[in-house]
Design a protein around this ligand. Structure first.
Ligand code: MOS
Length: 696
């Protein structure tokens, strides 16, 4: 593959449409005879609906129907319990969507929803994860299919014998995905076929879910996902909005637009599970790790088991002869947690990279040096060499760019007036995976080309990256290439998730373009369109199972008001090794976006659940705080020029998640360095700092 287009900073192909407002999102397509759905949340945590009184709602102007378990079209059971909506009177968590009001205007639907009266029989509930919860158990595996527990050597003996030890428990709260565009769908039925314009991260998997739920052949369902206003994992699979819209449209036999409200994003679409994580580290006096143990607890719902892989990060990050990781789970009367940017790795890295910092303090070794000393070329978990591992190079380059060498390791050593100033570092890693995909490449008689693949651009620039990859694979200037993505009628492709979108899709695009070039070389007639297809199932499936990871080093400097405990970020700097970077503009945007979410996790975000009524107290953007532009004074992302021939034809590792991994730990470690106070439950709020000690 030539590299004329790949590596160049093209602006997003659809950028102009987006900034001028002409790009259409899921509920922005004009549709004749459209109606509007408004979802109704349950008002109890656990119990049964005993009566739905729709009289007042139906009498309200414009209301066409109230769809609920008593009258909704039937869905096939056994697809995913979370999607089996409006089928039964049981209520599993507060906020579960139990009815949809359909009306001729959005306002009428909203008013109708207010007028629906639902009676419940409510039972007792349990909604808060605690380390002594009687329901804690050992799941069979953790996501996606990792062993639940691992053990090498003899952790207890190794830990007991070591001269330096750290034993710390870290807590992270629930985090709620809040993409700017909520989960939203326009659904229409025609001649027994279902067409949805939906906001998701993968139209192929949403189509498959809808086909199963409505017992239709896949060809009878089409999912169009042209533009998506963010997902972060929460749109990684079919979710409530698309199912409710399809149910409602079938019930009223008219097109339905349904968007979840901002409040409804705190529950029915999933959230990052809260965690309780105990990390024990032991080392010799040179800081070489001898024993590592990471015990993680998280939660799922009573509806289905979602076992996040919180401690998996620790299995492959640093070497030690004695190692143990465990996961315990409790099924609570809550919404099912779901993916959120680097699910597992992100909270897991917060705990491990904080504990490494505590070890650096305990053993008196610089935390950059300590990480480099415990680097390893061989995956401690699999016992095989990594295809490439540039953690140490990221740490060194980051230290250089950040100006780490001047740092006084003593906490509270720097002060500027009322501000205590400190800096922190953390490592980062994220698996570099790929999945099979299909693509088609077409040559036109006019000399133009077109590439088709059901990839999804959730705002990342994926469309542009694939266009660049296609141009190089075809060996033509990108101006001669067109690209179509975001439609389940296009060749099947996996979700934009797990940082494997570009790796998976570009693989199929390159193979389709190569096949097309082969046909053209063979001299097929070119007075008509010539197409070639690719399906990478065999090639991807036959790839050796080597440990493949992207790496990073995160640096942060904070200032903490010595009187009030207010924490401000001075700057954040990350250096990443993620294979080839296809587009520096969109890559930088991904990385600084991830880092900003890590800052948000360290200082701002926190889902607060009140056990008395079993729901989130702060379920809107006024009370659920998210880092804003004013909180990010300076943020820089860099990457190493990394070539790894064991990955995929484009040589990419994926950059969607590595930016968030470790970033919260870097900020938390900087707060410790500034203040000498170690806060182990996020977010680090001023009340925790001033409560823990007298800063001044
Ligand atoms: Mo990402 S949380 O894998 O969409």
């Amino acid at each position: 593959m030539s590299t004329d287009a790949v590596g160049r900073a093209y602006p997003r192909l659809e950028g102009r449409e987006k900034v001028t407002g002409t790009a259409r999102y899921a509920v922005e397509y004009p549709v004749d005879g459209v109606t509007y759905g408004w979802a109704v949340p349950s008002a109890v945590v656990r119990g049964r609906i005993t009566r739905v009184d729709t009289a007042e709602a139906l009498a309200s102007p414009g209301v066409l129907a109230v769809v609920h378990h008593g009258n909704a079209p039937r869905l096939a059971p056994g697809v995913e319990a979370d999607l089996w909506l409006l089928q039964e009177p049981a209520v599993h968590y507060r906020g579960e969507l139990v009815a949809v009001v359909v009306a001729t205007s959005l306002e009428a639907a909203r008013e109708g929803a207010r007028l629906v009266r639902i009676d419940y029989d409510a039972g007792p509930h349990s909604t808060v994860l605690t380390e002594d919860h009687p329901g804690l158990y050992t799941p069979d595996h953790v996501n996606p299919s990792y062993p639940t527990d691992t053990e090498e050597g003899d952790f207890d003996a190794g830990y007991a014998a070591a001269p330096v030890r750290v034993d710390a428990t870290y807590r992270t709260p629930a985090y709620h995905n809040n993409p700017m565009e909520p989960h939203a769908t326009t659904a229409r039925w025609h001649d027994g076929r279902l067409l949805v314009h939906d906001s998701n991260q993968g139209a192929s998997s949403v189509r498959a879910a809808l086909a199963e739920l409505f017992e239709l052949p896949r060809e009878s369902v089409r999912v169009v996902t042209e533009h998506v206003g963010g997902g972060f994992g929460s749109k990684g699979y079919a979710k409530a909005a698309v199912v409710l819209a399809a149910l409602a449209a079938r019930h009223v036999d008219r097109p339905v637009k349904l968007a979840l409200t901002r409040q409804q994003l705190f529950g029915p679409v999933g959230y990052r599970t809260p965690t309780i994580q105990r990390v024990r580290l032991a080392a010799d006096t040179d800081g070489r790790l001898t024993a590592i143990c990471h015990d993680a607890m998280s939660q799922s719902s009573t509806i289905l088991e979602f076992a996040e892989q919180t401690a998996v990060y620790t299995r492959s990050m640093y070497a030690a002869p004695h190692r143990r990781t465990t996961h315990r789970l409790v099924r609570l009367d809550v919404a099912t947690p779901f993916w959120m940017r680097a699910p597992g790795e992100c909270p897991g890295a917060y705990a491990l990279e904080s504990a490494i910092d505590e070890l650096a303090v305990a053993v008196g070794i610089d935390p950059v040096e300590l990480r480099i000393r415990n680097d390893t070329d061989v995956d401690p978990d699999q016992g095989r060499p990594f295809t490439s591992r540039n953690l140490a190079a990221c740490l060194r380059e980051g230290a250089e760019r950040f100006g780490w060498a001047d740092r006084d390791p003593a906490p509270r050593a720097r002060r500027d007036g009322r501000w205590l100033i400190g800096s922190g570092v953390a490592g980062a890693s994220y698996p570099a995976r790929a999945r099979p995909a299909c693509a088609t490449a077409t040559a036109r008689p006019d000399g133009g080309f077109h590439v088709r693949i059901n990839a999804t651009d959730i705002g990342t620039g994926a469309r542009t990256a694939l266009w660049q990859v296609a141009a190089d694979a075809l060996g033509v200037p990108p101006e001669r290439v067109g690209i179509s993505i975001g439609d389940s009628d296009l060749p099947n492709a996996p979700v934009a998730g797990g940082s494997m979108g570009t790796a998976s899709w570009s693989w199929a695009v390159i193979r389709a373009c190569e096949a097309l070039r082969g046909k053209l070389r063979d001299g097929v007639p070119t007075d008509a369109e010539v197409s070639a297809e690719a399906d990478t199932s065999e090639e991807v499936g036959g790839q050796p199972g080597l440990p493949r990871y992207a790496y990073g080093a995160q640096f942060a400097e904070v200032r903490v008001d010595a009187t009030t405990g207010e924490v401000r970020l001075n700057r954040m700097l990350g250096v990443f090794a993620a294979g080839r970077v296809v587009n520096p503009t969109t890559a930088r945007s991904q990385l600084i976006g991830g880092m900003t979410m890590g800052l948000s996790m360290a200082l701002h975000e926190e889902g607060l659940l009140d056990e008395r009524y079993g729901d989130w107290v702060n379920h809107d953007l006024a009370t659920y705080h998210i880092t804003g532009c004013a909180d990010v004074e300076s943020i820089e992302a860099y990457w190493l020029d990394e070539h790894d021939g064991e990955l995929n034809p484009a040589g990419v590792k994926g950059i969607g998640e590595i930016g968030i991994v470790g970033s919260a730990a870097a900020v938390a470690n900087a707060v410790f360095h500034a203040t000498g106070v170690r806060i182990r439950d996020l977010p680090i709020r001023l009340d925790k700092l001033i409560g823990a000690s007298k800063l001044a």
